[in-house]
Ligand binder design. Structure first.
Ligand SMILES: O=C(O)C(=O)C[C@@H](O)[C@H](O)[C@H](O)COP(=O)(O)O
Ligand SMILES: [Zn+2]
Length: 660
């Protein structure tokens, strides 16, 4: 039977309808509006917009539809502007209605637009994710994120109806389910009833989305929230307790540019972080911390707080909206179902940060001959062994540090300056992400140059980064460590760089052969293809030279291995072959590139001059100069090893560095 929970707020009261298969009820709540706009995102829209639009269109009203891209990073003022523009152009007025169909991003954004368009128009929430059904769509907190702080631009503005149809959950991705559970578990810490026990005991049924249990959970969460909101609609006091876990969560979400974690995942870490604070302040014992971890564990939610560089963490936490007088406020659990909202001193925050040493935000930089790359992740540290828990972002800039190193034996000033500029930028990015540990390695070009110490000093002085210049063998084993991450059995890894190419044969922790050969895309271009002259004779000469350089690797051809390729030359050959304009790491990772694909690409490259090559779909323009040499190297390696295909891996030296 349909449940109706009433949010009692005087003239801002509204019903929260909850059941399975009740979306059709919507038609009964739109009768008084002439113009209606349905707002959704691309993912939810693809699944449900047609169904909801059908219901609305059958009412005979004037219906419009507006879609934004999926993701927390789109909960922005820019997205709101897109909707305003549409509404202005289509003559929406004060008697119009906005309906939000989606997760927390959409319900917060749709509500924010409703609160501000012409100083406020009516809106209805149709939450489709678990998180928005139990928390985001209820209580009238509507907002967009500011790049410097979460939900900074917003209002308290109540909807006219919240319609929760649990059928929407059938298509909810697992990650989103866990995000919703983050907020649900939060509710179980706020009230001293048996909600915690219910969630633990019925974990399987809830995870399986059994109608009876999932409806019970949503109902209990909605009622907890409703009672708090009714008491303190505008967060003057008690409502702040619903912010349990959020002081830390919002800092983490902002540091990782709203892409690192879903809100609920960050809240899970935030709750444990705040229990740690409570423990330090003597409010709870270790058993209470264990109790917290047990419930997250039941739902397989990673709740381990991660170390963020302390000055960045404090600066972010200072932006929290609960703060007054420059003090940082937290919601601290003080026992089963009880919490206290308090200022916590910076000293305590520093102490806790010091003690979190099993998880850390780490940044690694690979300064190659051709490109300079940055990778930022959350890593787990276990007795000095690192494993990647969550990848945040990769950046790549082609700086050609190794320009003419072959010829001159030293790094050109212009190349050093280009690279230093990029490294300064990377250093700022790492600071913004709250990177607490760094590893910066330089490879072939740096190690081969007579002025490497000058370069290393300049980088230190201007960016603060300390470069470790690694040997060819170290480079090879780091690449292997990264690439063998998710490939079982024996593999032969080739890492074609700008100055050198590493060959590593073995399986996971057991390397059988490893060698760095001085062949690379920049080196071969400068040696054989001066002035972009790829005539047959130059190609022949390059082939003879490359094959003679790697003849030692020929013996490997008889072994039974999977040939794996990493780094820009091979990944670019995938993006070119697939005509991929926006780099999609998931499509590139584990792609089987065949000799026929490689040859087709070579034909394409050779049919164009450098300027034309820069326009090839999937080819970053800065790689156009060296892509021919790089792809020929790939072809000649495949011929030497008598292989017809190569498995492309996105995991390379960056992952290896991250895990060491
Ligand atoms: O409704 C509330 O009150 C909450 O704090 C619920 C939170 O779970 C929700 O994430 C809310 O949007 C956070 O608001 P903020 O004021 O901390 O930005
Ligand atoms: Zn929240």
């Amino acid at each position: 039977m349909m449940k109706e929970i009433r949010m009692d707020l005087g003239d801002r009261s509204y019903p929260i309808l909850l059941d399975k298969g009740i979306i059709g009820e919507l038609k009964n709540y739109v009768t008084k509006y002439e113009k209606i706009i349905l707002v959704s995102n691309t993912k939810v829209g693809a699944l449900y917009s047609e169904k909801v639009l059908d219901i609305l269109e059958n009412t005979g009203k004037n219906i419009s539809y507006f879609e934004i891209s999926d993701g927390e990073e789109h909960k922005s003022i820019e997205s709101a502007f897109g909707i305003y523009d549409f509404m202005v152009e289509n003559d929406f007025d004060r008697s119009s209605l906005i309906i939000s169909l989606g997760g927390g991003v959409i319900t917060d954004l749709g509500g924010y637009v409703a609160a501000t368009y012409m100083r406020g128009i009516d809106f209805i929430q149709i939450p489709t994710s678990l998180l928005s059904q139990v928390d985001a769509s209820i209580g009238g907190k509507v907002a967009v994120n500011h790049p410097k702080a979460k939900n900074l631009i917003g209002a308290f503005y109540q909807p006219k109806l919240v319609l929760i149809d649990v059928d929407f959950l059938k298509t909810l991705p697992e990650k989103e389910f866990k995000a919703g559970m983050g907020e649900i578990i939060k509710h179980s810490f706020l009230k001293d009833d048996d909600y915690y026990d219910y969630l633990v005991e019925n974990a399987q049924a809830v995870k399986d989305l059994q109608p009876e249990e999932i409806i019970e959970v949503i109902k209990r969460s909605c009622v907890i929230k409703k009672n708090i909101v009714e008491e303190d609609e505008k967060e003057k006091g008690i409502r702040a307790i619903v912010n349990l876990g959020h002081t830390y969560a919002h800092a983490l979400e902002t540091a990782t540019e709203y892409k690192g974690y879903s809100h609920g995942e960050a809240v899970a870490k935030g709750i444990i972080y705040e229990i740690l604070l409570s423990q330090k302040l003597g409010y709870v014992e270790k058993e209470f911390l264990d109790r917290g971890k047990i419930i997250f564990d039941k739902y397989e939610i990673d709740c381990e707080p991660v170390k963020i560089e302390i000055e960045r963490l404090i600066a972010l936490m200072k932006k929290d909206k609960k703060n007054t007088g420059g003090k940082i406020k937290f919601v601290l659990p003080t026992g089963k179902g009880t919490v206290s909202v308090e200022d916590v001193s910076e000293d305590i925050i520093r102490e806790i940060n010091q003690e979190i040493d099993n998880r850390v935000i780490k940044g690694v930089v690979d300064i190659g001959t051709n490109s300079c790359r940055l990778f930022i992740s959350e890593v787990e540290k276990n007795e000095n062994k690192y494993s990647i828990k969550r990848k945040f972002r990769k950046y790549l800039e082609i700086t050609k540090l190794g320009e003419d190193v072959n010829k001159n034996g030293y790094l050109l000033d212009s190349a050093i300056n280009r690279t230093v500029d990029v490294l300064k930028n990377y250093s700022e990015k790492m600071a913004s992400y709250g990177v607490a540990e760094k590893l910066v390695c330089a490879t072939s070009a740096t190690r081969d140059s007579s002025n490497r110490e000058d370069f290393i000093r300049k980088v230190k002085n201007e960016s603060g980064l300390e470069i470790k210049c690694i040997t060819g063998d170290e480079e090879a084993s780091l690449s292997f460590k990264g690439a063998s991450d998710d490939i079982e059995g024996e593999l032969l890894l080739i890492d074609i760089g700008g100055g050198s190419t590493e060959f590593i044969n073995g399986s996971k922790n057991d390397i059988n052969f490893m060698k760095s050969f001085d062949i690379g895309a920049v080196r071969v271009t400068e040696k054989f293809f001066v002035n972009d002259n790829h005539c047959e004779e130059n190609i022949k000469l390059a082939e003879q030279w490359v094959k003679s350089q790697i003849k030692e690797a020929k013996d490997l051809s008889k072994r039974d291995f999977i040939l794996v390729g990493v780094a820009g030359t091979v990944t670019t050959n995938v993006t070119v072959y697939e005509k991929m304009v926006d780099y999609d790491p998931e499509k590139v990772h584990m792609y089987n590139l065949t000799m026929a694909n490689v040859e087709e690409n070579i034909k394409l490259y050779l049919s164009k001059n450098i300027e034309e090559r820069k326009k090839i779909k999937g080819l970053p323009p800065k790689r156009a100069e060296v892509i021919i040499a790089g792809t020929f190297i790939l072809k000649w390696i495949m011929e030497t090893l008598e292989r017809d295909e190569i498995l492309v891996s996105e995991n390379d030296i960056l992952e290896g560095m991250m895990e060491s």
